[in-house]
Design a protein around this ligand. Structure first.
Ligand code: ATP
Length: 297
Protein backbone atom coordinates (compact mmCIF):
# COMPACT_ATOMS: atom_id res chain seq x y z
CA UNK A 1 0.00 0.00 0.00
CA UNK A 2 2.97 2.31 -0.10
CA UNK A 3 1.87 4.15 -3.22
CA UNK A 4 -1.62 4.72 -1.88
CA UNK A 5 -0.31 5.78 1.49
CA UNK A 6 1.86 8.33 -0.20
CA UNK A 7 -0.94 9.85 -2.21
CA UNK A 8 -3.00 12.71 -0.94
CA UNK A 9 -5.57 14.32 -3.14
CA UNK A 10 -7.57 12.49 -5.72
CA UNK A 11 -7.64 9.26 -7.60
CA UNK A 12 -5.92 10.72 -10.63
CA UNK A 13 -3.19 11.88 -8.39
CA UNK A 14 -3.01 8.42 -6.89
CA UNK A 15 -2.30 6.89 -10.28
CA UNK A 16 -0.02 9.74 -11.22
CA UNK A 17 2.15 9.23 -8.21
CA UNK A 18 2.37 5.50 -8.71
CA UNK A 19 3.57 6.03 -12.22
CA UNK A 20 6.03 8.75 -11.40
CA UNK A 21 7.50 6.93 -8.47
CA UNK A 22 7.98 3.73 -10.37
CA UNK A 23 9.54 5.10 -13.49
CA UNK A 24 8.99 1.84 -15.33
CA UNK A 25 5.44 2.58 -16.27
CA UNK A 26 4.61 -0.85 -17.58
CA UNK A 27 4.66 -2.21 -14.02
CA UNK A 28 1.98 0.17 -12.92
CA UNK A 29 -1.18 -1.53 -14.05
CA UNK A 30 0.11 -4.81 -12.75
CA UNK A 31 0.66 -3.28 -9.35
CA UNK A 32 -2.66 -1.48 -9.38
CA UNK A 33 -4.25 -4.84 -9.88
CA UNK A 34 -2.42 -6.43 -6.98
CA UNK A 35 -2.40 -4.16 -3.98
CA UNK A 36 -2.06 -5.50 -0.53
CA UNK A 37 -5.09 -7.47 0.51
CA UNK A 38 -6.95 -5.90 3.43
CA UNK A 39 -6.41 -7.98 6.53
CA UNK A 40 -9.93 -8.54 7.76
CA UNK A 41 -11.16 -10.84 5.01
CA UNK A 42 -13.46 -13.44 6.42
CA UNK A 43 -13.48 -15.69 3.41
CA UNK A 44 -12.67 -15.76 -0.27
CA UNK A 45 -15.69 -16.73 -2.27
CA UNK A 46 -16.61 -15.63 -5.74
CA UNK A 47 -14.60 -17.22 -8.50
CA UNK A 48 -15.52 -15.85 -11.94
CA UNK A 49 -17.94 -13.51 -10.30
CA UNK A 50 -20.12 -11.52 -12.68
CA UNK A 51 -21.96 -8.78 -10.86
CA UNK A 52 -24.98 -6.85 -12.08
CA UNK A 53 -23.78 -3.69 -10.37
CA UNK A 54 -26.08 -2.80 -7.47
CA UNK A 55 -24.03 -0.89 -4.95
CA UNK A 56 -24.86 -0.06 -1.36
CA UNK A 57 -22.85 1.92 1.18
CA UNK A 58 -24.26 1.49 4.67
CA UNK A 59 -23.03 3.87 7.38
CA UNK A 60 -19.48 3.80 6.06
CA UNK A 61 -16.90 5.44 8.30
CA UNK A 62 -13.24 5.75 7.43
CA UNK A 63 -9.90 7.20 8.52
CA UNK A 64 -6.61 6.80 6.69
CA UNK A 65 -4.28 4.39 8.53
CA UNK A 66 -1.62 7.09 8.69
CA UNK A 67 -4.02 9.52 10.41
CA UNK A 68 -6.37 7.35 12.48
CA UNK A 69 -7.64 10.29 14.52
CA UNK A 70 -9.08 12.14 11.52
CA UNK A 71 -12.53 11.00 10.39
CA UNK A 72 -12.34 11.36 6.61
CA UNK A 73 -15.74 9.72 5.99
CA UNK A 74 -18.59 9.72 8.50
CA UNK A 75 -21.81 7.80 8.11
CA UNK A 76 -21.89 7.54 4.32
CA UNK A 77 -25.04 5.71 3.19
CA UNK A 78 -26.40 5.53 -0.33
CA UNK A 79 -27.67 3.05 -2.89
CA UNK A 80 -27.06 2.80 -6.60
CA UNK A 81 -29.23 0.56 -8.74
CA UNK A 82 -27.64 -1.45 -11.51
CA UNK A 83 -27.11 0.78 -14.55
CA UNK A 84 -27.56 4.10 -12.73
CA UNK A 85 -25.18 7.04 -13.18
CA UNK A 86 -24.22 8.77 -9.98
CA UNK A 87 -22.22 11.99 -9.82
CA UNK A 88 -20.11 12.81 -6.77
CA UNK A 89 -19.64 16.53 -6.34
CA UNK A 90 -18.29 18.68 -3.55
CA UNK A 91 -15.36 20.81 -2.51
CA UNK A 92 -11.77 19.66 -2.76
CA UNK A 93 -10.84 17.37 0.12
CA UNK A 94 -14.49 16.49 0.88
CA UNK A 95 -13.86 12.75 0.43
CA UNK A 96 -15.00 11.92 -3.12
CA UNK A 97 -11.89 9.98 -4.15
CA UNK A 98 -11.83 8.19 -0.83
CA UNK A 99 -15.41 6.99 -1.36
CA UNK A 100 -14.49 5.31 -4.66
CA UNK A 101 -11.13 4.02 -3.38
CA UNK A 102 -13.04 2.06 -0.72
CA UNK A 103 -15.20 0.38 -3.36
CA UNK A 104 -12.01 -1.08 -4.83
CA UNK A 105 -10.84 -2.25 -1.40
CA UNK A 106 -7.73 -0.11 -1.27
CA UNK A 107 -8.37 0.13 2.48
CA UNK A 108 -10.36 -1.48 5.24
CA UNK A 109 -13.39 0.40 6.55
CA UNK A 110 -13.49 1.75 10.05
CA UNK A 111 -17.22 1.19 10.30
CA UNK A 112 -20.21 0.21 8.21
CA UNK A 113 -20.39 -1.94 5.12
CA UNK A 114 -20.15 -1.76 1.34
CA UNK A 115 -22.11 -4.30 -0.67
CA UNK A 116 -22.16 -5.15 -4.35
CA UNK A 117 -25.27 -7.06 -5.40
CA UNK A 118 -26.03 -7.57 -1.71
CA UNK A 119 -22.64 -9.15 -1.02
CA UNK A 120 -20.26 -7.50 1.45
CA UNK A 121 -17.13 -6.62 -0.55
CA UNK A 122 -14.98 -8.05 2.25
CA UNK A 123 -16.34 -11.42 1.19
CA UNK A 124 -15.47 -10.92 -2.46
CA UNK A 125 -12.09 -11.98 -3.74
CA UNK A 126 -10.03 -8.92 -4.63
CA UNK A 127 -9.16 -10.01 -8.16
CA UNK A 128 -12.78 -10.82 -8.88
CA UNK A 129 -13.91 -7.52 -7.46
CA UNK A 130 -11.48 -5.52 -9.58
CA UNK A 131 -12.38 -7.54 -12.65
CA UNK A 132 -15.87 -6.15 -12.37
CA UNK A 133 -14.82 -2.53 -12.05
CA UNK A 134 -13.43 -0.37 -14.84
CA UNK A 135 -11.61 2.88 -14.14
CA UNK A 136 -10.95 5.90 -16.29
CA UNK A 137 -8.72 8.26 -14.29
CA UNK A 138 -8.41 12.00 -14.81
CA UNK A 139 -4.95 11.87 -16.23
CA UNK A 140 -4.40 8.77 -18.31
CA UNK A 141 -0.82 7.58 -18.45
CA UNK A 142 -0.31 4.68 -20.82
CA UNK A 143 2.44 2.16 -20.38
CA UNK A 144 5.21 2.11 -22.93
CA UNK A 145 3.97 -0.65 -25.20
CA UNK A 146 1.86 -0.65 -28.34
CA UNK A 147 -1.63 0.77 -28.60
CA UNK A 148 -2.85 -2.80 -29.02
CA UNK A 149 -1.28 -3.84 -25.71
CA UNK A 150 -2.66 -0.80 -23.98
CA UNK A 151 -6.20 -1.51 -25.16
CA UNK A 152 -6.03 -5.26 -24.61
CA UNK A 153 -4.76 -4.98 -21.04
CA UNK A 154 -7.58 -6.40 -18.91
CA UNK A 155 -8.56 -8.81 -21.67
CA UNK A 156 -5.29 -10.28 -22.93
CA UNK A 157 -7.07 -12.91 -25.04
CA UNK A 158 -9.10 -10.33 -26.98
CA UNK A 159 -9.40 -10.93 -30.71
CA UNK A 160 -8.35 -8.41 -33.34
CA UNK A 161 -11.99 -7.76 -34.11
CA UNK A 162 -12.85 -7.08 -30.45
CA UNK A 163 -9.95 -4.64 -30.12
CA UNK A 164 -10.98 -2.77 -33.26
CA UNK A 165 -14.62 -2.65 -32.16
CA UNK A 166 -13.61 -1.23 -28.79
CA UNK A 167 -11.41 1.36 -30.50
CA UNK A 168 -14.30 2.39 -32.75
CA UNK A 169 -16.75 2.75 -29.88
CA UNK A 170 -14.18 4.82 -28.01
CA UNK A 171 -13.67 7.19 -30.96
CA UNK A 172 -10.05 6.05 -31.10
CA UNK A 173 -10.16 4.11 -34.37
CA UNK A 174 -9.56 7.04 -36.69
CA UNK A 175 -6.46 8.39 -35.07
CA UNK A 176 -5.05 4.88 -34.63
CA UNK A 177 -5.56 4.19 -38.34
CA UNK A 178 -3.80 7.43 -39.20
CA UNK A 179 -0.52 6.09 -37.76
CA UNK A 180 1.59 4.00 -40.20
CA UNK A 181 1.93 1.19 -37.64
CA UNK A 182 -1.73 1.41 -36.62
CA UNK A 183 -2.42 -0.80 -33.57
CA UNK A 184 1.26 -1.70 -33.38
CA UNK A 185 2.25 1.93 -32.82
CA UNK A 186 4.44 2.20 -29.75
CA UNK A 187 3.33 4.91 -27.34
CA UNK A 188 4.97 6.52 -24.34
CA UNK A 189 8.50 7.69 -23.82
CA UNK A 190 10.08 5.64 -26.58
CA UNK A 191 7.20 6.03 -29.02
CA UNK A 192 4.55 8.42 -30.22
CA UNK A 193 3.29 10.96 -27.76
CA UNK A 194 -0.49 10.93 -27.78
CA UNK A 195 -2.53 13.98 -26.82
CA UNK A 196 -4.48 13.99 -23.54
CA UNK A 197 -7.74 13.34 -25.38
CA UNK A 198 -6.24 10.48 -27.38
CA UNK A 199 -4.86 8.85 -24.23
CA UNK A 200 -8.27 9.10 -22.62
CA UNK A 201 -9.88 7.44 -25.62
CA UNK A 202 -7.36 4.58 -25.43
CA UNK A 203 -8.26 4.17 -21.75
CA UNK A 204 -11.96 4.19 -22.67
CA UNK A 205 -11.35 1.54 -25.35
CA UNK A 206 -9.58 -0.55 -22.70
CA UNK A 207 -12.56 -0.22 -20.37
CA UNK A 208 -15.04 -1.06 -23.16
CA UNK A 209 -13.09 -4.20 -23.93
CA UNK A 210 -12.90 -5.18 -20.27
CA UNK A 211 -16.70 -4.83 -20.18
CA UNK A 212 -17.19 -4.35 -16.44
CA UNK A 213 -20.61 -3.88 -14.81
CA UNK A 214 -19.26 -1.02 -12.70
CA UNK A 215 -17.37 2.04 -13.82
CA UNK A 216 -15.47 4.68 -11.95
CA UNK A 217 -14.81 7.84 -13.90
CA UNK A 218 -12.69 10.65 -12.58
CA UNK A 219 -13.57 13.48 -14.88
CA UNK A 220 -10.74 15.71 -16.06
CA UNK A 221 -10.72 19.20 -14.60
CA UNK A 222 -8.47 20.65 -17.25
CA UNK A 223 -10.33 21.17 -20.48
CA UNK A 224 -9.29 19.65 -23.76
CA UNK A 225 -9.83 21.52 -27.00
CA UNK A 226 -13.50 21.45 -27.92
CA UNK A 227 -13.26 18.91 -30.75
CA UNK A 228 -11.31 16.45 -28.61
CA UNK A 229 -13.65 17.16 -25.71
CA UNK A 230 -16.64 16.19 -27.84
CA UNK A 231 -15.03 12.92 -28.96
CA UNK A 232 -14.06 12.02 -25.39
CA UNK A 233 -17.53 12.87 -24.12
CA UNK A 234 -19.22 10.72 -26.77
CA UNK A 235 -16.86 7.86 -25.95
CA UNK A 236 -17.59 8.19 -22.23
CA UNK A 237 -21.34 8.11 -22.93
CA UNK A 238 -20.89 4.97 -25.01
CA UNK A 239 -18.81 3.38 -22.23
CA UNK A 240 -21.40 4.19 -19.55
CA UNK A 241 -24.33 2.68 -21.44
CA UNK A 242 -25.93 -0.02 -19.28
CA UNK A 243 -23.23 0.14 -16.60
CA UNK A 244 -23.40 1.35 -13.03
CA UNK A 245 -21.26 4.47 -13.13
CA UNK A 246 -19.80 6.55 -10.34
CA UNK A 247 -18.40 9.78 -11.69
CA UNK A 248 -16.29 12.23 -9.75
CA UNK A 249 -17.80 15.00 -11.79
CA UNK A 250 -16.45 18.39 -12.72
CA UNK A 251 -18.59 19.22 -15.74
CA UNK A 252 -22.03 20.69 -15.45
CA UNK A 253 -23.27 18.66 -18.43
CA UNK A 254 -22.25 15.41 -16.70
CA UNK A 255 -23.81 16.44 -13.42
CA UNK A 256 -27.12 17.38 -15.07
CA UNK A 257 -27.34 14.03 -16.85
CA UNK A 258 -26.71 11.96 -13.71
CA UNK A 259 -29.56 9.88 -12.29
CA UNK A 260 -28.47 10.96 -8.85
CA UNK A 261 -26.07 13.51 -7.44
CA UNK A 262 -24.36 13.05 -4.09
CA UNK A 263 -23.09 16.31 -2.65
CA UNK A 264 -20.15 15.44 -0.41
CA UNK A 265 -18.98 17.86 2.21
CA UNK A 266 -16.64 17.23 5.06
CA UNK A 267 -16.83 13.45 4.75
CA UNK A 268 -20.62 13.33 4.74
CA UNK A 269 -23.43 13.33 2.22
CA UNK A 270 -24.82 16.80 2.62
CA UNK A 271 -27.52 16.50 -0.06
CA UNK A 272 -28.65 13.96 -2.61
CA UNK A 273 -31.09 14.03 -5.50
CA UNK A 274 -31.34 14.90 -9.17
CA UNK A 275 -30.14 18.20 -10.58
CA UNK A 276 -33.73 19.43 -10.75
CA UNK A 277 -34.51 18.43 -7.17
CA UNK A 278 -31.35 19.89 -5.71
CA UNK A 279 -31.60 23.11 -7.72
CA UNK A 280 -34.98 23.89 -6.17
CA UNK A 281 -33.29 24.80 -2.92
CA UNK A 282 -31.55 27.98 -3.96
CA UNK A 283 -29.96 28.42 -0.56
CA UNK A 284 -28.74 24.81 -0.53
CA UNK A 285 -25.20 23.56 -0.84
CA UNK A 286 -25.68 22.22 -4.34
CA UNK A 287 -26.99 25.50 -5.73
CA UNK A 288 -24.15 27.26 -4.00
CA UNK A 289 -21.58 24.87 -5.40
CA UNK A 290 -22.91 25.37 -8.91
CA UNK A 291 -22.64 29.11 -8.50
CA UNK A 292 -19.08 28.82 -7.24
CA UNK A 293 -17.87 26.19 -9.64
CA UNK A 294 -19.62 27.33 -12.77
CA UNK A 295 -20.17 30.97 -11.94
CA UNK A 296 -23.89 30.73 -12.52
CA UNK A 297 -25.83 33.68 -11.23
P1 ATP B 1 -10.46 16.47 -4.62
O1 ATP B 1 -11.70 16.97 -5.28
O2 ATP B 1 -9.50 17.57 -4.32
O3 ATP B 1 -9.83 15.32 -5.32
P2 ATP B 1 -11.79 14.70 -2.71
O4 ATP B 1 -13.15 15.16 -2.40
O5 ATP B 1 -11.63 13.60 -3.68
O6 ATP B 1 -10.89 15.95 -3.14
P3 ATP B 1 -10.22 13.02 -0.95
O7 ATP B 1 -9.07 12.94 -1.89
O8 ATP B 1 -11.10 11.84 -0.82
O9 ATP B 1 -11.13 14.30 -1.31
O10 ATP B 1 -9.65 13.44 0.47
C1 ATP B 1 -10.44 13.50 1.64
C2 ATP B 1 -9.53 13.82 2.83
O11 ATP B 1 -8.65 12.75 3.07
C3 ATP B 1 -8.67 15.04 2.63
O12 ATP B 1 -8.62 15.74 3.85
C4 ATP B 1 -7.32 14.48 2.27
O13 ATP B 1 -6.29 15.33 2.67
C5 ATP B 1 -7.29 13.18 3.04
N1 ATP B 1 -6.51 12.14 2.36
C6 ATP B 1 -6.63 11.72 1.08
N2 ATP B 1 -5.78 10.72 0.80
C7 ATP B 1 -5.09 10.50 1.95
C8 ATP B 1 -4.03 9.58 2.31
N3 ATP B 1 -3.55 8.69 1.46
N4 ATP B 1 -3.57 9.64 3.57
C9 ATP B 1 -4.02 10.53 4.47
N5 ATP B 1 -5.01 11.42 4.20
C10 ATP B 1 -5.54 11.41 2.95
Amino acid sequence: TTFIGASVGGLGDMYGRVQTSLGAADRVLEILDEPEEPTNLTNQIGTALKVSGNIEYDQVAFSYPTRPDIAVLKDISFQIQSGEKVALVGPSGAGKSTIVALLMKFYNLKGGQICIDGQDINHINLTELRRNIGIVPQEVLLFGGTIRENIAYGKPDATEEEILQAAKKANAYQFIQSFPEKLETVVGERGIKLSGGQRQRVAIARAILKNPAILILDEATSSLDSESEKLVQQAMDELMKGRTSIIIAHRLSTIRKADKILVIENGQIAEQGTHEELSLNEAGLYANLLRLQFELS
